[in-house]
Design a protein around this ligand. Structure first.
Ligand SMILES: O=C(O)c1cccc(C(=O)CC[C@H]2O[C@@H](n3cnc4c(=O)[nH]cnc43)[C@H](O)[C@@H]2O)c1
Length: 213
């Protein structure tokens, strides 16, 4: 199977890259068991992700695109370092304000804001399946957190996921997304983030998990 492995930053998948490649080269196909894997580092955010994926898909057809990275959780019953599988991802900021109300792009009948993961290719592990939102601005204010919980009630948030699913949907590429929780969505406090644990657990899974597709 030809797999495009997509991450926002090199650091998020550095242990995976070092495990399978002596000299990192984005043009290189990594032969991992029966799969051929290409790595795409997009940069952080939806714009960077959509552009990088558009370029990647213009040059090659993939059997599967897999988006991995860290994420913030709205729920404390998900542990820091826990892996979750995103089954639905929402462009929660795309729409219009109508005074106190928010009208989504979908409600405005101007486009789609909800994207879903592949129902043809599966992740073997029973990671908790979650709904994510994808944001340009990381929530870090109690009022805005309360507002988004009331309006969408997402389980996690990232800055790329829905853009990734969008690019896959447009190119009819099977898409899966696995995220490792690095922090809780709360009033900004960087000291509470556990990046090393999130990156370790993500890569421990990815190094063996990529062979199972
Ligand atoms: O320190 C900050 O305030 C800050 C502001 C924007 C972004 C960051 C990151 O380090 C995000 C990088 C990366 O991680 C994903 N991520 C992780 N936690 C969250 C979150 O709570 N909300 C949204 N995205 C998150 C994201 O996908 C980025 O690619 C730090």
């Amino acid at each position: 199977m030809k797999i495009l492995l997509v991450a926002a930053t090199y650091q998020e998948i550095e242990p995976f890259i070092k495990n399978y490649s002596t000299k990192f080269d984005t043009n290189q196909w990594l032969k991992i068991d029966k799969n051929e894997v290409k790595i795409l580092i997009t940069g952080v955010g939806m714009v960077a992700t959509a552009f990088a994926m558009g370029k990647a898909f213009a040059n090659e057809k993939y059997d599967l695109a897999l988006n991995v990275g860290i994420a913030g959780s709205f729920y404390r019953n998900i542990k820091l370092g826990q892996l979750v599988e995103v089954r639905e991802d929402i462009l929660s900021e795309l729409g219009a304000e109508d005074d106190e109300e928010f009208i989504s792009l979908e409600q405005l009948e101007l486009g789609e804001v909800e994207f879903t993961a592949s129902d043809k290719i599966f992740i073997k592990e029973s990671f908790r399946k979650v709904t994510a939102i994808t944001v340009n601005t990381v929530h870090g204010n109690e009022e805005s957190i309360s507002d988004i919980r009331e309006r969408v009630n997402p389980t996690i948030e990232t800055m790329e996921g829905a853009a990734f699913f969008y690019a896959c949907e447009e190119t009819e590429t099977e898409a899966l997304q696995v995220r490792s929780i690095s922090n809780y969505v709360e009033k900004r406090n960087r000291e509470n983030w556990n990046l090393p644990l999130a990156v370790k657990n993500l890569n421990d899974w990815l190094i063996t998990g990529i062979k199972a597709f």
